[in-house]
Design a protein around this ligand. Structure first.
Ligand code: AFP
Length: 322
């Protein structure tokens, strides 16, 4: 099996970007270890703090954030970072070539139940002439990402990543400490019989999503003429990993539960990187109105509606909005 760096060189990835990716992965290897030892090391449970989004921070959220932040800021490759757990962007090296946005531990509610969690990252090129402490440099659409990926801390620690030449799967080989390529050019099946959505929000959705899901639930006696299965891991990394492996549609639609906040998922470090991975694997990643990666961001913690996965099923869902 091929190691990470030769696999990236085969895709003509620049040496600078390879170095940055290896830097991020060094932090995720340490996070993987800390996650496995969390119960023993007193790292389960919450801190007394909330992040800027009003969510209580878990101890492991904070540990993972510090590990990635420190290693990136020390690396010299990075002009600035933004994280789910940081109020604002954080300046790095003025000569750094890249901007990194990340969710240090996605699926925080799974931490204390020893279930799936992961780190999501998105890399853009830094904009020459803009200062490292200028948050406006992060206002770049998802289609300008040069790399996106996640590391899934599951039964095996897996890296799923794209640099624009397909979506590839790697597994952490603990015997030599590096990631090995296990599947090149993963393809999301175009059709599916599986959907992922938090059904407890159903009564708060807009009519088109209500109608779409009702038709899926009607199964082979309904207009879709087939039975659908449902899965919800409550960690986007876990749900998207399943969609990449065996197809499916994943959605976090707009809802009216909190009128101030119609969307849940974050554009910069959840929706955009996952969209890049899904599109590079032949799937679709949309809101009900547009391609997610075409959205011009207005802030680093911006939230967005998400409908992504198997191409034909995403199109079937979007037809309800027309
Ligand atoms: P965190 O990044 O705060 O852990 O949130 C996880 C998440 O944004 C995403 O990974 C899940 O798909 C979603 O929340 C789960 O939402 P519910 O709480 O509605 O199940």
């Amino acid at each position: 099996m091929q190691r990470l760096a030769p696999a990236l060189r085969e895709d003509n990835v620049s040496l600078d970007l390879i170095s940055l990716i290896k830097t991020i992965l060094a932090a995720t290897k340490e996070i993987s270890f800390r996650v496995s030892q969390a119960h023993l090391g007193g790292l389960l449970g919450s801190t007394l703090d909330e992040n800027i989004q009003g969510e209580v921070q878990k101890k492991l959220d904070v540990v993972a954030n510090e590990l990635i932040k420190d290693i990136l800021l020390e690396s010299g490759f990075v002009k600035a970072i933004s994280s789910e757990e940081e109020d604002d962007s954080v300046a790095g090296d003025e000569n750094g070539k890249f901007l990194v946005s990340f969710d240090p531990l996605d699926g925080s509610s799974n931490i204390d139940i020893n279930s799936l969690i992961g780190t999501i990252f998105s890399i853009h090129e830094a904009i020459p002439g803009m200062a490292a402490d200028d948050p406006a440099q992060f206002k770049q659409a998802g289609h300008k990402q040069v790399c996106a990926g996640y590391v899934l801390y599951g039964p095996s620690t897996m890296l799923v990543m794209t640099t624009g030449k397909g979506t590839h799967f790697y597994v952490l080989d603990r015997t030599h400490g590096g990631f090995l390529l296990v599947e090149r050019n993963v393809q999301v099946p175009q059709d599916t019989k599986e959907f992922a959505v938090n059904m407890s929000n159903q009564r708060f959705w807009q009519a088109p999503m209500q109608n779409y899901i009702n038709d899926l639930l009607a199964g082979d006696t309904g207009p879709r003429g087939k039975n659908f299965n449902m899965r919800w891991i409550a960690a986007m990394v876990g749900d998207i990993h399943r969609v990449l492996q065996r197809g499916g549609i994943f959605t976090y639609p707009a809802d009216s539960k909190n009128p101030e906040q119609p969307y849940k998922l974050r554009l910069m470090y959840e929706a955009n990187p996952m969209s890049y991975l899904i599109e590079q694997a032949g799937g679709l990643a949309m809101t009900s109105k547009e391609r997610i990666m075409d959205i011009e961001p207005d802030s680093i913690h911006q939230r967005v509606e998400v409908i992504m996965g198997s191409k034909n099923e995403v199109e079937a869902c979007l037809a309800y909005y027309q």
